[in-house]
Structure formats: C-alpha cells, structure tokens
Design a protein around this ligand. Sequence first.
Ligand code: AHM
Ligand code: MG
Length: 322
Amino acid sequence: MQLLSNYLKHHDTDLELVELIDTLMIACKEIALQLREGALAGVLGTSEETNVQGETQKKLDIIANDVLKKVLLDNPLVRGLASEEEDDPVFGNPNGRYLVTFDPLDGSSNIDINVSVGTIFSILEVPEGATEDSVDMFLQPGRKQVASGYVLYGPSAVLTLTTGHGVNMFTLAHTGDFLLTRENVQIPTQTREFAINMSNHRFWEPSMRNYIDDLLKGVDGPRGKNYNMRWIASMVAEVHRVLTRGGIFTYPWDSRDPSKPGKLRLMYEGNPMSLLIEQAGGISSTCYSDILDVQPEHIHQRVSVALGSKEEVEALHGYHCE
Ligand code: AHM
Ligand code: MG
C-alpha cells in the first residue's frame, strides 16, 4: 500500500502542493485524535461562542479551527487561509503561493452523538499580481482550485483527495500514515438513493418538491424506480456515500431565509465537494448550473447544492429548467 506523499510524487504532483497537503494532514491527524478521545479529553459539548453566521460553536469546532490555523500558518507556502469559523481571512507569508479555505469540522451537530463528521478543504493559488493581502484573492470560481478534499472521521479516518487528476482515498493507519485504499473513484451514473432533509419539504421551490414527490411515487411514478433515502446531517458522510456507491445529495434553497441562496457555504463546502464529484464522473449543481462556475462575491457566500450520480442530477435539472 502506498503512502499519500509517495503516491502524489509518483503521479507528478507539484512538490510544493504535496508539502501543503502533508501539512493539512498533520492537522487532520490531531483532530482525529481529539475526536477519538471525545468525552475523555473533555472536548464534547457547546462553547459560549457563536461564529460569523450566528451559529453556536461546538468546543470541537473551535479546537479543529485552531489546530488547522496554527499548522497552516507555520508553513511558508501559505499566503492566507479562510475558515467557516473565522469572520475574516487570516494572512501568513506574503510570498506564499497558496490560499487554503476550510470547514474545520463539518456536520458538527453530530459530535455529541458520536456520528461521523469531517474536515473539508480547498486549495487555490494566489492570483498573479496580488501584491496586497485582501479577501479578493480568495474570490475565485471553484474551477480554479488546484486541489480539494475532505477527511471523514468515521469508524476509520479517510482522506478523499483530488489534485485535478481523478479522486483517490487514503485511510489513516495505526502508524499515523495515510495509505492508498481506493484509486480512481468513479460514481455510478445511475442510482436509487437520495439524501435531503425532508422536514424542509414545505419550504422548497415547487420544482424541488415535484422532483422529490416523483421519487417517492416509486416504481409506479414517472421515474419508474423505488428509491431509498438517507440523511446523516453531515455533508462529508453523505458525499462519501455518494462517491462510494452513488446517489444524489441535495441541500437546496428554501424559504426559511429567502435572502440566502442555501444553507451550505460555497468556499468551504460547495466548491471542494464539487471538484471531487466532477473528478469522479458525477455532476455538482446549484439545481440550475455547475457550482464550479459560480463567481464568488463574498467569502462566506452560501449556495444551493445538488450533487451525485450523473443521470440523477440531470433528471433533477429537468424539473428545474422546464
Ligand atoms: P455545519 O458546517 O455547521 O456542520 O453545517 C453543515 C451541515 C452539513 O454537513 C449537513 O448537510 C447539513 O448541515 C445538515 O443540516 P440540517 O441540520 O438541516 O440537517
Ligand atoms: Mg459545514
């Protein structure tokens, strides 16, 4: 079995990018250890803090954010980072080549019930001529990402990574190394499995309601198949399932807060997951067009998400683009 860094080097990955990914994994191993200890380390429960989006932070949201921030800022390759848990970007070496955005602990409502969570990350290059540190340098469409991935902290810790040449999975071994366990992941083009928070049904657009209602009609409905449903409330775990056995995952716009395009965040969740899904042969969409083409206007911008098996996302498009 191949070590993460050896695998990347053997596949002609830029050596500085390999070093940056190794740095990210130092932080993720530390987060995995803290999660494993759970109540023993006193890390469960809620802090007194709220983040920039007004959400209450779990203690582990803050710990994971601090670990990532410290480890990344120690690496001179890092010009700046932006986190779901920070109000503003944080800048490092003015000559650094890379920008990193991350959701330190996605699905953190699952921490206290001991269900899977994950770290999601996206790597961009500093645009040419960006002499002044500014938030603007982060506002690049997802297609510009040079790498993205997540570490799922489940029964095992699994890194799923793309550097723009397919998707590979690496499992954290007891030695502390990430070892290649799945190469060139491909999402099945068809599926009978969907994931959506059904309790928001009454708040969706009519097109989304029609699509889901037709799935529920099963073999006698227009889609002609019986569908199964899953909802883990952890995007990392849902995307991991989609990459492993196919499916469609969606968190669409809803009318609970009409001013926001969706719940999930473009720079920390939408873009990194979309690159993985496209690299594995799936589609990742706002329900109307590719997420990777969205031009970000704000660092904490939200986005409507529908991703997964190619033919299923195309069917969903049919309902939205009639
Ligand atoms: P978080 O980044 O604050 O954890 O929020 C994102 C999570 C996703 O992982 C998941 O898909 C969604 O929120 C679950 O939302 P809901 O609470 O509506 O089930
Ligand atoms: Mg999240």
